[in-house]
Ligand binder design. Structure first.
Ligand code: PNS
Length: 163
């Protein structure tokens, strides 16, 4: 049973994240999407809200579950008997941060590998941060997130996000 952990803030989940989850679910027996409770950022959605939105989006992927974790990622991976961590890599600009994090996690636990997966090219510019900014300013985010996430953004940000 090969278990992979896909950690992140997922505030909120985008179609780019979903693309990575679908790819990972074909490669591993079990995929745990792990929402970091203390991401060090000021999130728009609570961990429970983010979990609910991901669960709605992964309907039909039987080997994928969603969880919230606190503390060090390597400790959580160990606790889940995980074999690896998956991270999405969109562009060269992601590389430095991801490289640093992967090597730091390896320093903390030699047994945990980080694997990078590239989402579909059409999602290479997509980020939760930009989706929130566009929604805040009244732009249309329907090409970037599921209808449920779009509705949640509209509700949280007010009518501006409904356009
Ligand atoms: O989606 P993000 O914000 O890029 O995800 C970053 C995340 C949550 C994967 C990272 O901040 C993390 O692993 N946090 C848990 C705490 C931890 O282990 N920090 C040390 C990382 S080297």
């Amino acid at each position: 049973m090969r278990t992979v952990i896909y950690p992140g803030s997922f505030d909120p989940i985008t179609n780019g994240h979903l693309d990575v989850i679908q790819r990972a679910s074909r490669m591993f027996d079990r995929v745990v999407v792990a929402i970091a409770r203390n991401g060090g950022k000021q999130p728009l959605f609570t961990p429970a809200e983010r979990k609910g939105l991901i669960e709605q989006s992964i309907d039909g992927l039987g080997n994928v579950s969603v969880d919230v974790f606190e503390g060090l990622l390597v400790e959580y991976v160990e606790q889940q008997s995980g074999h690896a961590v998956i991270r999405g890599l969109r562009a060269l600009s992601d590389f430095e941060y991801e490289f640093q994090m992967a090597l730091m996690n390896r320093k903390l636990d030699e047994n945990i590998e980080t694997l990078f997966m590239m989402p579909r090219a059409s999602y290479s510019f997509l980020s939760s941060h930009l989706v929130k900014e566009i929604a805040t300013l009244g732009g249309d985010v329907s090409a970037f997130v599921t209808p449920e996430v779009r509705a949640a953004l509209t509700e949280r940000l007010g009518q501006a996000g409904a356009n």
